[in-house]
Structure formats: C-alpha cells, structure tokens
Design a protein around this ligand. Sequence first.
Ligand SMILES: [Mg+2]
Length: 230
Amino acid sequence: MPSRHLVLFDIDGTLLRTEGVGVKAMLRAFTAIHGDLGFSFEGLEIAGALDGLLFARIMAKHGLPAHDEAHAHFQRVYRDALGSSLTPDRVRQMPGAGELARRLSERGAATGLLTGNYRETAQIKIRAAGYDESHFPFGAFGADGASRRHLTPVAIERATAHHGRAFAPERVTIIGDTPLDVDCAKAHGCRAIGVATGPYSVEQLATAGADLAVADLSDTEALVRWILGD
Ligand SMILES: [Mg+2]
C-alpha cells in the first residue's frame, strides 16, 4: 500500500563517497574549457553546496561569464569528465543507505533525491556506486534553484507528479550529511535526519537542528520506524 511518506536522500556523504573524484572532474572540466587558469575550490564550502552555485562562484572568481549557455556547456564537459573517471572502484556506498532506501520503498514510501549534483552527474554517481536506480526515480538537482532551500519544494512537486499524490511537509523526511541539508528541510516544515558519514559530526548535525542525528544509516529498522512513525 502506498504510504503518505516521502524520503529525500542527499548524494555526496549520504548515499556515497567518491573520494574527491567528483571535485577533480569538475576542475578538469573548467580547465578543458578555459585553459589552465589555476582553478580551485579553495575558500569555497563544497559540502552541501549546489553544483550550479559552485559553477557561478568559480566563473566569477576568474572573471568569466556564467550565462546559461556557458553553464550548459560546463555541465556537458563535467558530465563526460566524471563519466570517464568515476569507475566503480572509486566510489563507495555509505553503510546502510541502500538497504534503507530499499526497505522504505518496500513499505510504500516515496523515495527520491535532493542533491546539489546536476541531474546527469547524480545519475552517474548513483550508477557507479551500484545503487538500484529504481529507488530514486525523481529528485531535485543542483541546477534547479539558487540555493538548497529552493530545491525542497521542487523535489516535493516532482514526487507528487511521479506518484500522483500529495505529500504533507510533516511527512517529508530529508536525509543529508551537512547543516545545509538540515536547513532545507526545516525551512519548509519537513523533518531532517543528519547522518555523520560526511564532514560533520552527530553533535554538529544535532546542533544544526536535525530531528534525528545518527553516525550512519546502518540501523535500518530503527530508521524505518522513526521515518514511518510506527
Ligand atoms: Mg552531502
């Protein structure tokens, strides 16, 4: 029976880790397009940030135009760079994440993505990590809004379109590894699970306002109970 719950997963640090391959592919894409201008993410907070925003910041830092066409071109080059470098041995699933998505789907919950990754690169990462893509049939991505907060209503809208039913904010749970994931849930009256498999500790995620903060997602049954409320 379909449940009225919607669960949205962040990707990097939550579902998987690419051990820097993603970041390196992005920098390679900038260099491939513009030449070696010494591109780096130094001084930028990457964890939890939207790829679209990182693109705009890097372009601004180097005085390069960040119009739509340039952005679309960058996305294609980055997609190819990531696709050729992210072999399955360079990405790993975070403990329990796949099992949690599977159990929630089995119980009839809607599951999808809420991530700073572009749609196509999100798909590359999910596939390389060996996830069952059918557990993430919709999502909000890194070019869908100006900040992570903007992605929450987009993801809920797409869940509604995909499943043909509405989801009340209090039945929407967002799972992520940074305070920005927590914020994009709480800003819309949704629930946030902070998972400390990224750069932030359980304490930091709890302080950021997570309704539940855990070391990892391996306690499947406890998490399913907490999310579905039974
Ligand atoms: Mg993350």
